[in-house]
Design a protein. Structure first.
Lengths: 155, 992
């Protein structure tokens, strides 16, 4: 039974939007991405944690910009031109600020693996797993976990 | 037949509305208001519900309602329903609700036993029909709107019949509508409509049965009848029946009958069709009626709230776009574009206004629910409590309405439980056995105010303090220094509950602090006031709507921010070089002296963690004075930009958790501004953390710095002039040609008397103004002095002004001038109209004490002996003004700045005062407390007390009289004051 399940899963290819932060290669499910924009005007929110870059006016709607570099502790950006990957999560708009946009790639469960234990824990908690691509390793990000950073259980 | 989920939901919604009407009407029945119409309303509600339940195939519900209805119908024609029955019916309604919610009930349908004394005679005849006069209000409206609908449907159907051979269905529908109309109008006693519809029904009968075909004649008559019904219905709606129309009725009935008799049997149908074409008249009718038929058949429709919410969001977007277009158009020189953007602006504003209205609901929708709450509680607690509702029609945003429901319930329950005493306790306190809780809702200054007042035992200062000490909320030292208001506010402290016994009514672990938190969450505020033994009043203030709020846009080093206007008290600019106002440092903490009070300052840049850069280079500080729940404080910002209506956009939880933002908005230029959470900032800055009473003092201060109303007039001078509005008798505009000359004086015939006209500009030495002599009308302020009216001519009457600015009379020692008012809009000169009249008519002004009788000789009143008066007043202006009035009368005036000082003076001075005149709103000890203290004192309890307050509505006046004042006057009417004093003293002398 399990084998059959796995096989059917494996056979369904999935599309990922990919991007780079530092030297690392990341991807998120294409269905979760609303749009990709160039360097947006980000209005900083004082007192917010450093990974919250600020707010973006996305055609009259507010999106919260998250700097993945800051979130992953990747240090200051080397590139000037950063890109924004806008996702809609539970009705809220979240913009991920990344260094560079990659292609939309098709992946299969066959090349999927859990994240290795040696990943830095600060990053590992946001990574669902690794796709072993031909020429590189693609980390699949867990958007739910990332957006949960924006809704800490305070109340 | 099966019904969709939507149908069922619709039905439930409607049912709950019907039940609300029924419940409301039951309460009316209980209180004996409009018995007949209320009875009809309940009956109709039950009956409709039964029918609908049957249609929805909800058998158990239908049976239940039927049982209730049957028992209810026993009271048809009665004049009252016993209380136990009302209870029974209310239980029945609860049962219906349970069934509607999908629950099950076991209901005892045996009628309740009525105590012999409470028995009500049932009428012998159960068929007594309600008469027309009693069917009013809702029922009437329903009838009218339903009637219109039916008439419209009938005329539509008739038009169809005329065009084509009607189907059986159309005919049946038509017939049914006419029939229902007949029934309904007879029921409501509108026999004219009933008669006509009856005739129509009869005339249609053969056509419906198919035995005869309709004729042109019949159709014409039917349309005539429709026309008649429309006019008649309209008359009923407007409450003005057209007699002219009504006179047509008998002829119409006859003609309908004739037309019916002339109908040809259907065998002739074919022949008839060939011979006759529809008459022109009929065509016109059919067009007219089909047009009206296409119109909205109902005057209101049901729209899902989600749709409205969506529209509201889109509206917000549109406002943003509008703002952006406007900003863009500022830089454009294209006239067409400018015009378009202007129109866009106007239209958008209008849409916004209308859109807001769609969300507005009368507050009565929730207030009425408290009838039930209070009723149930009074039974449970064995107290007699009456609830009165005022201002139920006040409208409020639906979402706000929902969120005040629970807090209000809590307050009402509190009033029932802790406020109102048991009947025995009330009787022994000399009060009527039944207590009253009144809920009043009204608009005030762009906010909705809801007051819940009870006439119960009030709050007990010592009990509150003891409790607070016990709970460790206060130290002894703090407790000793608190005034009543501060003590009452302890109730809102977390973890505070005064109920000695925890009942299941209140004291359920949620205290007033939750009420306050919930109210503040929606941008509102709660205030509490109480007089021991007389009751407690809770005042809730809430904004009209939440989605779009007015805000002040400011800049600070780190960006643009918005401050909600409701939190903003005032703006102060402090020049760095200015010697007068200066920011001072208290152990390193910046403070600012605002009208003698020390105000803590918070630097927004510091809060936001921005390194100082901007403010140091500026030559002034901009301070926004804000009110948070615990205190007021000044927020130093770099730049004050503008005010704007902003659309509040929520932030995610992470950003909200920073405490300093309540949302964000997009400004006209597309940039983003964060909305500051003022309470949060005060928390972050630790303002008011240790000094919880800071705010209370501020509030006191604000209330006590009484606002005085002035009339602003223009004279032949660049400065505006003001006179106390209370002095002004009337404002008049006369034609210049109306002026006549009597001796050397200008006069105008004014009613039966002659009004001397004085030019204020000339008398004050400003010279004749060009402006005023060019106009062919003259503006005159009529002042009464010594029983005589005088007309003071001014260049123009500008406005009224309400200000708390004090009059500075140091610089003005000239006759006619009162002093200078330093207002935010500039210097205004306050003038004294009485002295000005004195300048023109020296014989009528006081020339010293020898001439007392001439000062204000109120018709025939004899001169009073000089009195020693203690004037208790905290406002400098009124102190001066009242003192001047009194001294002109020759009285000796001693001044106390508040109630406490007054008591001290009374205690210290052995010589007695003849009269105490006191303000009400004062710091430390207010007028009510002073009056109580005086009345309870040894030695000076008999001194007459006169209240002089700017809050002179009936409620306050009553409270004042209860507290021990002999009279309660509104300030500031000099004539009335003098008259009242002499009245009062005469009374006192007689009593002595």
């Amino acid at each position: 039974m399990n084998d059959v399940d796995l096989k059917t899963q494996e056979s369904i290819p999935e599309l990922l939007t990919t991007f780079y932060v530092g030297n690392e290669y990341y991807g998120i499910e294409v269905m979760k991405v609303q749009e990709v924009t160039g360097t947006p005007v980000v209005v900083p929110v004082p007192l917010a944690p450093n990974f919250v870059r600020g707010l973006i006016n996305l055609r009259g709607q507010l999106a919260t910009a998250l700097g993945l570099r800051e979130l992953f502790g990747a240090g200051e950006a080397q590139v000037n031109q950063q890109m924004s990957v806008v996702c809609r999560m539970d009705g809220n708009l979240v913009s991920l600020i990344v260094d560079q946009i990659g292609d939309v790639v098709e992946v299969e469960g066959r090349i999927f693996e859990d994240p290795p234990d040696t990943l830095p824990p600060g990053i590992r908690k946001y990574v669902k797993g690794i796709y072993k691509m031909d020429d590189s390793l693609l980390s699949l990000l867990d958007m739910e976990k990332i957006t949960r950073e924006l809704a800490p259980n305070l109340e | 037949m099966s019904f969709s989920k939507e149908d069922l939901e619709e039905f439930k919604l409607e049912a709950s509305e019907i039940l609300e009407i029924a419940e409301k009407s039951l309460f009316k029945i209980e209180s004996g208001v409009d018995f007949k119409s209320s009875f009809d309303a309940v009956f109709r509600a039950l009956h409709n519900l039964k029918g609908a339940a049957g249609m929805m195939e909800l058998t158990s519900l239908q049976n239940h309602v039927h049982e209730i209805e049957t028992i209810f119908m026993q009271f048809k024609g009665a004049t009252a329903i016993p209380k136990v029955y009302v209870d029974f019916f209310l239980r029945g309604i609860d049962g219906i609700r349970t069934l509607l919610a999908g629950g099950e009930i076991s209901f005892d349908y045996s009628p309740p036993v009525v105590a012999e004394s409470a028995k009500i005679e049932l009428p012998l005849s159960k068929t007594a029909a309600p008469d027309a006069g009693a069917s009013q209000d809702n029922a009437m409206d329903e009838f009218v709107s339903e009637g219109f609908e039916m008439i419209e449907r009938v005329s539509k159907a008739l038009a169809r019949i005329e065009k084509e051979t009607p189907s059986k269905e159309v005919l049946n529908d038509l017939y049914r509508d006419v029939h229902s109309l007949k029934g309904a109008s007879y029921l409501f006693g509108f026999s004219s409509i009933g008669d006509i519809s009856h005739a129509m029904e009869s005339a249609l009968e053969p056509v419906r049965e198919g035995t005869h075909a309709h004729s042109v004649e019949l159709m014409n008559q039917l349309f005539k009848a429709i026309r008649f019904l429309e006019v008649e219905m309209d008359g009923i709606k407007k409450g003005k029946v057209s007699e002219e129309n009504r006179a047509l009725a008998p002829a119409l009935v006859k003609e309908l009958g004739n037309a019916c008799r002339n109908l040809k049997s259907s065998t002739d149908l074919v022949e008839m069709k060939m011979n006759t074409k529809p008459a022109v008249v009929a065509n016109v009718h059919s067009q007219a009626s089909s047009e009206s038929g296409e119109k909205d058949s109902a005057s209101s429709i049901r729209v899902p709230v989600a749709l409205l919410d969506n529209l509201m969001t889109l509206m917000g977007e549109m406002v943003l776009v509008r703002n952006q277009v406007l900003q863009f158009s500022n830089h454009s020189e294209d006239l067409d574009f400018l015009n378009l953007s202007k129109r866009l602006n106007v239209v958008t504003s209008e849409i916004q206004g209308e859109m807001m209205k769609t969300r507005m609901q009368p507050i009565g929708n929730i207030l009425n629910k408290y009838n039930r709450v209070v009723r149930d509680l009074s039974q449970e607690l064995r107290k007699n409590i009456t609830l009165t509702l005022n201002g139920s029609e006040t409208e409020l945003d639906k979402s706000l309405l929902e969120s005040i429901k629970d807090p209000l319930t809590h307050i009402v329950r509190n009033s029932c439980d802790h406020g109102i005493e048991s009947p025995e306790a009330r009787a022994s306190a000399g009060k009527s056995e039944s207590g009253t809780i009144s809920i009043r809702a009204y608009h005030e200054g762009g906010q909705v105010v809801i007051e819940v007042a009870d006439d119960g035992k009030g709050l007990h200062r010592d009990a509150l303090l003891a409790k607070a000490l016990e709970k460790g909320l206060l130290t002894q030292a703090q407790a000793a220094g608190m005034n009543d208001k501060e003590v009452f506010n302890l109730i809102f402290a977390p973890g505070f509950s005064t109920a000695a016994v925890v009942t299941n009514v209140s004291g359920r672990g949620v205290g007033m602090d939750v009420v306050r938190t919930n109210i503040e969450k929606i941008g509102g505020s709660v205030e509490l006031s109480s007089v021991a033994g007389r009751g407690t009043t809770t005042k809730i203030k809430i904004p009209l709507t939440l989605a779009i709020i007015p805000a002040l846009i400011i800049r600070s080093g780190s960006g643009t921010f918005a401050i909600p206007q409701v939190k903003l008290e005032e703006l102060v600019r402090v020049e760095k070089s200015g010697a007068e106002h200066k920011i001072e440092y208290l152990h390193g903490a910046p403070v600012f002296r605002l009208r003698g009070n020390i105000l803590p300052l918070v630097d927004l840049n510091k809060i936001m963690g921005v390194k100082k850069n901007g403010t140091d280079s500026q030559d002034a500080f901009n301070i926004a004075i804000l009110s948070a729940d615990q205190c007021s404080f000044g927020l130093i910002v770099d730049e004050i930009q503008d005010t704007a209506d902003i659309v509040v956009k929520p932030l995610n939880r992470l950003l909200r958790s920073l405490q300093v933002y309540s949302g964000a908005t997009i400004l006209g230029d597309g940039s983003i501004a964060l909305i500051l959470d003022i309470q949060g900032i005060s928390k972050v800055a630790h303002v008011g953390a240790s000094k919880t009473n800071n705010k209370v003092q501020r509030v006191d201060q604000k209330v006590s710095s009484d606002f005085q109303e002035y009339l602003l007039v223009g004279l032949n001078s660049p400065t505006k002039h003001a006179l106390v509005l209370g002095y002004v008798n009337r404002l008049e505009e006369f034609k210049r040609s109306a002026i006549e000359i009597s001796g050397r004086n200008r006069v105008i015939r004014y009613g039966k008397s002659i009004l001397p006209v004085l030019s204020v500009s000339e008398l004050l030495g400003y010279g004749t103004s060009k402006l005023s002599s060019e106009k062919d009308t003259l503006s005159v302020v009529v002042i009464q002095k010594g029983g005589v009216f005088y007309g003071l001519e001014v260049d123009e009457i500008i406005d009224t002004l309400s200000t708390d600015a004090d009059v500075d009379s140091e610089l003005t020692r000239q006759a006619g001038f009162f002093g200078n008012l330093n207002t935010p809009d500039g210097l205004i000169v306050a003038i004294d109209p009485f002295e000005i009249i004195g300048l023109a008519y020296p014989d009528s002004v006081s020339a010293g004490k020898s001439d007392q009788s001439a000062v204000i000789p109120i018709k025939g009143k004899k001169k009073m002996r000089p009195l020693r008066i203690l004037l208790v007043e905290d406002t400098v202006f009124f102190r001066k003004a009242v003192t001047i009035i009194l001294q002109k009368e020759g009285h000796e005036v001693t001044i106390a700045v508040d109630g406490k000082e007054a008591v001290e003076i009374l205690n210290r001075h052995s010589e007695k005062f003849d009269l105490i005149i006191s303000d009400i709103e004062m710091p430390r000890m207010n007028g009510f407390e002073l009056a109580q203290a005086v009345r309870a004192s040894q030695g000076f309890s008999l001194i007459p007390l006169l209240a002089l307050s700017s809050r002179a509505d009936k409620k306050y006046a009553e409270q004042g009289l209860k507290a021990g004042f002999n009279r309660y006057l509104e300030k500031l009417k000099p004539g009335l004051l003098i008259e009242t004093i002499s009245d009062l003293m005469e009374g006192a002398r007689e009593a002595a």
